[in-house]
Write a protein of this length. Structure first.
Length: 325
């Protein structure tokens, strides 16, 4: 894959092709980790929405907006997917389908399906279809053309939180309190003219270094080595403090980061305000598009490093604020 050591403008995104390749590997590797209940098919679907008239057929902009892989308690009959329509017109979803990577299931939308202007459309899944450890979804239109895809998603938290675009229709995915069938961030919707072909994956913010590489060694929960082309960088996570070697929780925290990141494609978003400590880069790290910094906090494998809240570029991100910045 193409990758640069640094990109001062911060446009160095994970590509859809990268994700597709990685998803294939991840799916195979984790086949035995997920429960095998239920099968996919037309009857696995129940739709909550009503039909409207005056329907737009320009369907290119519809996107997958929120996904609940791991609902609280049993996942059976509890998983759901939310679509979002950024366009100012009701849109017909006839013959649209969602394809899942883990079970290669196809979820067909019913012929009368319509998504309202600037609204959402909720698809409740019967059975258990979505993997909690390696799932990605694509949305195909009535011609079978893929018009949107999610990053590779991991949800080991058995609670109300979900993966969702914040703001609605934007490119950034966050793992946060679910808003089932409702807008994720009603205050701030993304530009409705966003191109449907832009990839819906993690990306850098700010102006400091941005690099893609592979995680080759995990030191502890919040420290890892990443190879970018032929250079190896030591990376410390911004705003996050995981147990050190002698501390309780070291093994669990390190294992978590290892399982999420080791050997994976990672994106390093260097902190604009806290560039380095000793020889390390301070950064937010995305492993297959999962934000490792917030995942560690969400799963209680690390604590917020509140001392960095005053200075870190990322202190204003939602996950950092949720944990006390
Ligand atoms: Ca669950
Ligand atoms: Ca959940
Ligand atoms: Ca699941
Ligand atoms: Ca929502």
């Amino acid at each position: 894959m193409a990758s640069n050591v640094t990109d001062p403008i911060g446009n160095n995104n994970v590509t859809a092709d990268d994700l597709a390749d990685n998803n294939t590997k991840t799916t195979t590797a984790t086949n035995d980790l997920d429960d095998e209940i239920g099968t996919a098919g037309d009857d696995n679907l129940q739709v909550v929405n009503d039909t409207e008239t005056s329907i737009n057929d320009d369907v290119a902009n519809i996107m997958i907006n929120e996904v609940e892989l791991n609902p609280p308690g049993s996942d059976l009959d509890g998983e759901w997917i939310e679509l979002y329509n950024p366009v100012d017109a009701d849109t017909n979803l006839t013959n649209f389908e969602i394809r899942t990577s883990f079970k290669s299931a196809t979820i067909q939308l019913p012929p009368e399906a319509v998504i309202e202007a600037n609204g959402t459309y909720l698809i409740e899944l019967d059975g258990q279809i979505l993997s909690n450890t390696a799932e990605s979804l694509v949305l195909a239109n009535s011609s079978g053309e893929i018009i949107d895809r999610t990053p590779s998603l991991v949800d080991r938290s058995d609670d109300e939180r979900t993966w969702q675009r914040v703001p609605d229709g934007g490119d950034e995915w966050q793992f946060t309190a679910g808003t089932r069938g409702q807008l994720n961030d009603p205050g701030e919707q993304a530009d409705a003219t966003r191109s449907a072909t832009s990839s819906s994956t993690a990306q850098c913010q700010g102006t400091a270094g941005c690099a893609e590489g592979m995680a080759i060694r995990i030191v502890d929960g919040d420290t890892l080595y990443v190879r970018v082309n032929s250079t190896i960088h030591k990376v410390d996570l911004a705003l996050v403090s995981a147990p050190s070697r002698m501390d309780d929780g070291f093994i669990e925290s390190t294992s978590f980061t290892r399982s999420l990141c080791l050997g994976s494609h990672v994106l390093i978003d260097q902190d604009d305000k806290l560039l380095t400590s000793d020889s390390s880069i301070i950064a937010v790290v995305y492993c297959e598009s999962a934000n490792l910094n917030s995942e560690l906090l969400n799963n209680n494998y690390a604590a917020l490093d509140a001392g960095q809240c005053q200075t870190s570029e990322f202190a204003s991100q939602r996950w950092a604020r949720e944990y006390g910045c």
